[in-house]
Design a protein around this ligand. Sequence first.
Ligand code: BES
Ligand code: ZN
Ligand code: ZN
Length: 476
Amino acid sequence: MTIKIDSKNKEVLVIPLYEKDNKIVFFNIKNNEKIKEQIIKKLKQYPSFKAKKNQSLFLEINSQKILLIGLVEKFDLENLREAYSIVFKIISSMEEKECLVEIPDNKKETIISTVEGIDLTDYKFDKYLSEKKENNTTFYIDTSKSNEKIIKKTILVNKFVKYARNLVNENSNIIIPEKLEELCRDFAKQKKLKIKVLNEKEIIKQKLNLLEAVGRGSEYPPRLILVEYNGDSKNKEKIALVGKGITFDTGGINLKPSGYLEDMKSDMGGAATMMGTFMAAVELKLKKNIVLVVSTAENAIGGSAFKPGDIFTSYKGVTVEIGNTDAEGRLVLADAMTYAQKHFKVNTIIDAATLTGACLVALGPSLIGMFGNDSQMKKAIFDSGEKTGDRVWELPIYEEHREMIKGKFSDIKNIGGRDGGAITAAAFLEKFVEKDVKWVHLDIAGAARSKKDSFYIPEFGTGRGVRLLIDYLENN
Ligand code: BES
Ligand code: ZN
Ligand code: ZN
């Protein structure tokens, strides 16, 4: 699939329209009046087509193929993504070669969302399929050539959304901590960035005991990976993008039952999001100073696995009793956050993690749960969510939640009981945020993967979070 700019007519012509007072209305675009008249005439044969939201109709008028797509009069960006995602699906199923795409107006955001709708739908994890289907359509967006740059940029960001999807979709015996290291090393080398990797020996030596404990039961040793990008040396802000990289979460000795294990190769979704975001930010040469922090281990079960009831001293010095080995994400994040603050002097932290089933229960399958200590930052990330469609909803942390993770024999426990599970997990992470460091935690347990294909979001790995954070980094 290719996306270009052109205004000349093609085999297929895509036209958005909407319904108002039971009438079909064209947007005020330049597609020629003659065609409009012909369409209106032809539509008399199709009384069930009302141009309702996402309703589509394929027509042929004097051998000109036309695809009508229903929008709404006051469309938002998500309406556009959905509508043009439908356009992509229809056109690609017909194996058309060239297609001219009309858009409802010429605003920058409209063009971006149209391209997102088409391009993000052009994705299939087909590595393990014997029969692969390529899409060879060229979509020509009918807009001025001056918009070429923003289209290129949109496609570049989408590439890293798909990169994150691929990482989540790939086998857990391939995406192991050492593989994430290799991917980060390759990228760092290519972009001449500084990289630091703590292997299992250094993790033990430097006493990142929580990360070590989680990784102990696995054949695949853990890693802490840090890559530095300095896009604005004059700026004092240094942002850590911290990702939970549990390459498979069995639950450990508190083994997950069948029905809960099957999706757990996606438990490195936070790492995938942050790697995708970081790589896109570097490619876009954003004026930001960013440290990518990937804390990665496999939460496996075996004779050497860490056990409930054991108490470990975190890298920070706070002692933690293991109430449940399945609450492993907060453990690997805690040591990673401390390390990034101590050795990289970051003053802002954003973490993304498939942290709690409770977040899914609270917010449903697609929303990102947000926590943090800086209202301005949270507001900005919320706004980016509304704009990009990677939607975010804030949850609070109050004193009563902090109470719930207090330990009897240790400073804190890694579980706080069933109630408010997403919040007590966030309260645990909060313990590892140093004074004056701004922090936002994104629980993407639901958002990172999807149970079904829906518009431009495919089944399983979604890549949600990448466009959200790129938008935030670009505009703040
Ligand atoms: N990786 C899971 C969270 C998860 C669950 C992500 C479902 C995606 C879908 C996490 O490590 C976990 O198991 N959390 C436990 C915590 C509990 C033991 C306090 C949970 O949510 O049940
Ligand atoms: Zn777990
Ligand atoms: Zn997990």
